[in-house]
Design a protein around this ligand. Structure first.
Ligand code: NAD
Length: 355
């Protein structure tokens, strides 16, 4: 056994009601004037959360949008500079945390993240910025939040239609971490535990949105998933989803939900141990089919054609997927990717690949 493991210097405060720790965490970092960030929809939540900060809160900037357009990041940076802020508090999902990351990339100021979805972005050093319809991403330690406060009570309002795909977005981080060549045994343990927590909690979360215990388990799984993604290099799944979302303007978490069973099936012959760990954590024999069935149980989409993809774009998508090189357990072939996209387009259940 040989590995390199680097512990990420992120302080995690976890548990129901823990957003009330924000003032302590701001003081601990020595911050005097933080700017709270949210989407327009989460404006009042952000105001409530930062209320306890008193003078240490410079205000709430509630203009975060999906995929972080460069212009929106520049406008937010200008507002932060005008208010003479020395840090950001991102309250929301991957879009809000993404805005904070773009601002930190430009300014070097610290982020405290309070995630309200299961995207896992809060644990990674991955940033993304969109300009002229193209999303650039990169890794930079400056954008990794210094503190993450996970408060499951803030996720109680997450509607089933958002919670299901968002949870599978997190599951996808775990699956790809389990076969990533650079994932250490510790990272894989976190990923496997993440699969267990998410696959058990998500069906209850969409059935009983008010169930705080299962919301807590789902958020715990999302933390593990984000930590696993933050410590391993993702493969075909994340590349495909990124390309499909960026080039064909498809919704992020839904694309993850549709693609994951097909990439799992594609990689299963080349990564039998990883897929066996996914299956074991889910309590099933066939991981790719179980991932598909989970999406069905969650009422989430299972076909690209149902979320706006057009069949005449599948060839172009297959070409785009092969344009850059990236690590993946199974070799990437044009025919293989084209078939995968066809299966995902039609929403076919992966056929009994038992590992
Ligand atoms: P999102 O942040 O866009 O949120 C989706 C919607 O849900 C928004 O309208 C938001 O206001 C609402 N919402 C959020 N929390 C809520 C709550 N608790 N109750 C009710 N409504 C709530 O979606 P997302 O899936 O969290 O994030 C997607 C973005 O994150 C994409 O741009 C993706 O690229 C990025 N992402 C980045 C990483 C990374 O490591 N950099 C990882 C995963 C996702």
């Amino acid at each position: 056994m040989r590995f390199i493991h680097e512990s990420m210097p992120v302080r995690v405060v976890f548990g129901a009601g823990s957003s009330t720790h924000l003032a302590n965490e701001v003081a601990r970092l020595g911050l005097q004037r933080v700017l709270a960030l949210s989407t327009p929809r989460k404006h009042s939540l952000a105001e409530r959360v930062v209320e306890a900060l008193g003078d240490r809160a410079a205000g709430v900037y509630a203009h975060a949008v999906m995929h972080v357009p460069v212009a929106s990041a520049e406008a937010a940076c200008a507002e932060a500079a005008r208010l003479e802020c020395d840090g950001y508090v991102a309250i929301g999902g991957g879009s809000t945390i993404g805005l904070a990351k773009a601002m930190a990339l430009a300014s070097g100021l610290p982020i405290i993240a309070i995630p309200t979805t299961y995207s896992g972005s809060e644990m990674t050093s991955i940033w993304g910025l969109t300009a002229d319809g193209e999303k650039r991403t990169g890794r930079d330690e400056r954008v990794r939040p210094k503190v993450v406060i996970y408060d499951p009570e803030l996720t109680l309002s997450l509607p089933p239609a958002v919670a299901g795909p968002s949870g599978i977005n997190a599951l996808a981080h775990c699956v790809e971490a389990l076969y990533a060549a650079d994932a250490s045994p510790i990272t894989k343990l976190m990923a496997e535990e993440g699969v267990r927590a998410l696959s058990r909690s998500l069906p209850v979360v969409v059935r009983e949105p008010e169930n705080l215990e299962e919301r807590t388990l789902a958020l715990y799984g999302a933390w593990l998933a984000g930590a696993a993604l933050g410590a391993a290099t993702p493969g075909l799944h994340h590349k495909l989803c990124h390309m499909l979302g960026g080039s064909f303007n498809l919704p992020h978490a839904e694309v993850h939900t549709i693609i994951l069973p097909h990439v799992a099936a594609y990689n299963a012959p080349a990564a039998p141990d990883a897929l066996a760990r996914v299956a074991q954590a889910m309590g099933v024999a066939d991981a790719p089919a179980a991932l598909f069935d989970l999406a069905v149980r969650l009422g989430a989409p299972t076909a690209l054609r149902d979320i706006g993809m057009r069949s005449e774009n599948l060839d172009h998508a297959a070409d785009l997927a092969l344009r850059s090189s990236y690590p993946n357990p199974a070799p990437l072939t044009r025919d293989g990717i084209r078939q995968l996209l066809d299966d995902a387009y039609h929403g076919r259940r992966p056929k009994g690949i038992s590992v």
